[in-house]
Write a new protein. Structure first.
Length: 483
């Protein structure tokens, strides 16, 4: 259904990977017309019509008998063993269906727009396709009509909502919402058990591409298992060939495994939907002993959604963020962690200037007071320039602290005025040789060495990813000798 709550979808609810080709507004991301949705294959259409007829059988309270008598949301599905009396591979597609009719279980479901009670408006013409661990299933849903809202284009009271609309799920009771078996994208979805497994794999180092490949193996193995079952016991008999897994003809299985990008988008949407919980959890953490660090290369702090904790991944985050005229905007990632390794602050910064993360430090100080935690007693940092800044943000760092002067018995070292006046710049070969020759003349004959301070500087050219692209020639050599 469209994002404005208007029932306007026709045709098969497509497969993962093609659903986001049609954003809200009816155009592709590139401005072209949306891709047409695939029509249901014959075997799915027959099974869908059978389930629609079965769902129409209701008791006197208008509750489907599937709910009232069988106490389940799932339609009965025959085991493949009992389908092998015929040798048609098409029968082994054997789709699973889930009935989602919350209106039959909740009398008053308010309209997400005007909060008037919604009215039952018939079943949705196509089921919603859901990818599971090694197979698929389809959700049979219903439309709900609002008699108060006005269609923005036609001016009529024809605004409808699908029963699996996220706004409808949000107003249902938690126990009923928990029975919904999938997380949905624009046109399809992923089952909750599979998504839970995806989270576990990702949190333990398995990438989305690897997960997509592994999922494809599971689906293909399941199809091969069905084929082996069908052939067993029918040796010598004629049978139709099993069509390829991705065959999209009327009799094809229409097999599909979501791409790594689709899985990534689903995971990102899940994280965004829980961003408030993550921020709330971070605000409630203690911070007695902290560590402040700027990372400019490979350390990326990542939210770990299942336990609302955090982990570190190897990923150069700054090179993936927005650029202006090919130049990086952000150069590093600042993080503040507590004594348990939990992240208190995580900010992408353009420079190491204190102004880049001062608001975050002040927010942590206020959160600690709000939730009754003690203020930081110690903060580790690899930059001493942060000392005064951190003491200003967290006055507790100065409490009961007595500075220790390790070398206070020594006289302060001061550079004489002659040091600043005896600086000579040599920029020709002869003048440089003369200056070096005066130093060599001071080399004692018995020791054959003198001590000098030496440094050199040269220019480097950086690529857009901040890596050194080219080294320049030595530009400056500094030599300190005597005074």
């Amino acid at each position: 259904m469209a994002g404005n709550g208007i029932e306007d979808d026709e045709g098969y609810c497509g497969l993962p990977g093609e659903e986001d080709d049609e954003p809200e507004g009816g155009e592709d991301h590139d401005g072209s017309a949306p891709r047409p949705r695939r029509l249901m294959p014959i075997w799915l259409h027959k099974a869908f019509d059978t389930c629609v007829a079965e769902a129409g059988r209701q008791n006197q309270e208008s509750v489907p008998l599937l709910y009232a008598d069988h106490q389940t949301f799932w339609f009965h599905k025959k085991s493949n063993y009992f389908l092998l009396s015929k040798t048609s591979p098409e029968l082994l597609n054997n789709p699973r269906f889930f009935l989602w009719d919350p209106k039959a279980l909740c009398n008053d479901i308010p309209c997400p727009n005007c909060h008037h009670p919604l009215q039952w408006h018939g079943h949705i013409s196509t089921p919603c396709h859901i990818v599971d661990m090694n197979s698929r299933f389809w959700i049979l849903g219903y439309c709900m009509l609002c008699l108060n809202c006005i269609h923005p284009k036609s001016g009529k009271r024809t605004v409808t909502f699908r029963s699996w609309d996220p706004r409808i799920l949000a107003v249902l009771t938690p126990d009923l919402t928990a029975e919904f078996p999938a997380l949905l994208s624009h046109r399809s979805g992923i089952s909750k058990p599979l998504f839970s497994f995806l989270r576990s794999c990702f949190q333990n180092g398995m990438g989305f591409k690897q997960f997509s490949d592994a999922l494809q193996v599971q689906h293909l193995q399941y199809l091969q298992h069905l084929a082996a079952q069908a052939l067993d016991g029918y040796v010598g008999k004629k049978y139709d060939d099993f069509l390829p897994f991705d065959d999209t003809s009327n009799h094809g299985p229409h097999g599909y495994v979501p791409s790594s990008q689709w899985l990534r988008d689903m995971y990102d949407d899940h994280i965004k939907g829980h961003s408030f919980n993550f921020r709330q959890h971070m605000a409630m953490l203690s911070a007695d002993i902290c560590a402040l660090n700027h990372s400019h290369k490979v350390m990326l702090m990542l939210l770990c959604d299942s336990c609302i904790a955090f982990s570190l991944l190897s990923c150069q985050i700054t090179k993936h963020l927005a650029r202006i005229d090919g130049e990086q905007i952000f150069t590093g990632l600042l993080s503040l962690t507590n004594e348990l390794g939990q992240i208190q602050a995580c900010n992408v910064v353009a420079t190491k200037s204190h102004s880049q993360f001062e608001l975050s430090m002040n927010g942590i100080q206020k959160s600690l007071d709000l939730y009754g935690h003690s203020q930081p007693q110690l903060i580790y940092t690899d930059t001493m320039a942060n000392k005064q800044f951190l003491e200003r943000c967290f006055p507790s760092l100065r409490k009961n602290v007595i500075p220790v002067e390790k070398h206070d018995h020594l006289e302060p070292f001061e550079l004489s005025d002659a040091f600043w006046t005896n600086i000579f710049v040599k920029n020709t070969a002869s003048s440089i040789n003369d200056a070096i020759r005066t130093i060599l003349e001071d080399v004692p004959e018995d020791k054959e060495c003198v001590v000098v301070g030496f440094d050199s500087e040269w220019n480097v050219e950086l690529a857009p990813n901040r890596r050194v692209q080219q080294w320049g020639k030595t530009a400056i050599i500094q030599i300190a000798y005597q005074s």
